[in-house]
Design a protein around this ligand. Structure first.
Ligand code: FES
Ligand SMILES: [Fe+2]
Length: 436
């Protein structure tokens, strides 16, 4: 790794004048350890959706990088996030992925907690000679927890800016896709979860946003046949759309040119009046002209909503997907994928949205398999000393400056194909990594 004194030489690793990035940032163990400390232990991380835990006592268990947490709705209906480690000896308290509980009982010696994390009993309280401080021995809560539009986030950093400030302009786009009716979105099933042998940044960069890969990677007939808009219209959209950067958060809204718009492609007509009621005029216009959106909230929450025609019926369905790139070391990530639809949608429509989401970008989704193949090959190739010593190119980022003809918030670039927004994600990565 390129070092300056004891600290990696971050400017050499992410070289801004040349838009080249050392490949070691995708494979190096020491860089990975610093990422956990400087990025994942500081940033706001997505841990779940409020509709997964609608009632007091409902919980899901999740990871925040190396740490395991319980996301639980307490007796006061508040969502809390605790370390899933018993305060007695650190044993994993909650073993299920999700469920409902009145109490959490550690399987080792039986310490028992209520749904707000308070220690109720050790089972042997009399042995503490009156010195047992139950208040201090509740499950350890993470420093801050907050929600935006049903999305639950937590951070280990007590000094972190508020969630609203952290998300910034990304709220506009998250709301356009995941908070666009009065009832908000609901998850359609428990999330799918699988391990991908690739660095988490491959996913973050791809969704935030690698637009050049669409045709080369997904050129096979199966993926292209699933698109809900004619391929010609999608090509026109690639040339007509902006990409947007927001302090390391990224999105692209692939909108069709005015003469080729398929209004609300893949969205149910019954829901359109609800969008009109909920969204601002600019959000509504983006949603109306969109055929696919992707985005990434730094560091590791991504979304995608492609309009897919999985039934080959000529009628597209836009499946709303949220996903997390959870690092498991430099060479692997755990991918968790949620499928969501509007609360007001019919059961029949929700089923179609779920099927479109799973068939396109589920564990064995048609697009997913294409992506995972190329991402994981970077980790395979760059384990080699020679390949690792080379750099990765983002040089098309150098030739395009921000434009001011896009109506949504953030720094917009045109068209969506150069690597501008992806490289800005790496600039944010570098800014955080160089801050001990
Ligand atoms: S480790 Fe949990 S009760 Fe002892
Ligand atoms: Fe892809």
């Amino acid at each position: 790794m390129l070092m300056r004194s004891n600290e990696p030489d971050w400017d050499a690793l992410v070289d801004e004048p040349s838009a080249r990035v050392s490949r070691s940032v995708f494979v190096d163990e020491a860089i990975h350890a610093l990422e956990i400390e400087r990025i994942f232990n500081r940033c706001w991380l997505f841990v779940g959706h409020e509709s997964e835990i609608p009632n007091p006592g409902d919980y899901v268990t999740r990871r925040m990088a190396d740490d395991h947490v319980i996301v639980m709705r307490g007796p006061d209906a508040r969502v809390r996030v605790f370390l899933n480690a018993c305060t007695h000896r650190g044993v994993k308290v909650c073993r299920a992925d999700s469920g409902h509980a009145r109490q959490l009982i550690c399987p080792y010696h039986g310490w028992t907690y209520d749904t707000a994390g308070h220690l109720l009993t050790t089972g042997f309280d009399d042995f503490y000679a009156g010195k047992l401080d139950k208040l201090a021995l509740g499950l350890k809560a993470v420093a801050q927890t907050d929600t935006h539009g049903g999305l639950i986030f937590a951070t280990f950093d007590p000094q972190a800016v508020s969630l609203a400030d952290y998300l910034g302009d990304a709220r506009f786009y998250l709301d356009t896709y995941f908070n666009r009716t009065p009832g908000g979105m609901v998850v359609l099933s428990p999330p799918q979860r699988w391990v991908v042998p690739a660095n988490w940044k491959m996913g973050a960069l791809n969704f935030g946003t690698d637009n050049q890969h669409l045709y080369p990677t997904h050129l096979g007939p199966t993926a292209m046949e699933l698109l809900g808009a004619p391929a010609k219209a999608v090509v026109a959209a690639l040339g007509a759309s902006h990409q947007v950067s927001m302090s390391g958060h990224s999105t692209v809204n692939t909108v069709l040119p005015p003469d080729q718009v398929i209004p609300y492609c893949g969205l149910h007509p019954d829901l359109i009046p609800l969008y009109e009621q909920t969204l601002s005029p600019v959000q509504l216009d983006i949603l109306r002209r969109n055929v696919v959106t992707v985005g990434n909230v730094f560091p590791h929450l991504a979304w995608i909503q492609p309009a897919l025609d999985v039934e080959r019926s000529g009628n597209a369905v836009a499946g709303g997907t949220l996903r997390v790139w959870q690092p498991l070391g430099p060479h692997a990530m755990e991918l968790t994928s949620w499928y969501l639809a509007e609360r007001e949608a019919s059961d029949e429509w929700k089923q179609k949205v779920l099927e479109a989401g799973v068939r396109g970008f589920g564990m064995s989704g048609v697009f997913e398999e294409d992506d995972v193949d190329v991402w994981s090959s970077v980790n395979q190739m760059c384990r080699g000393r020679q390949a690792r010593a080379e750099s990765a190119s983002f040089e098309t980022a150098l030739n395009f400056l921000p434009v001011n003809d896009f109506a949504g918030p953030g720094t917009a670039y045109y068209p969506m194909l150069p690597e501008s927004v992806q490289f800005n994600l790496l600039r944010r990565w570098k800014a955080l990594m160089r801050r001990p």
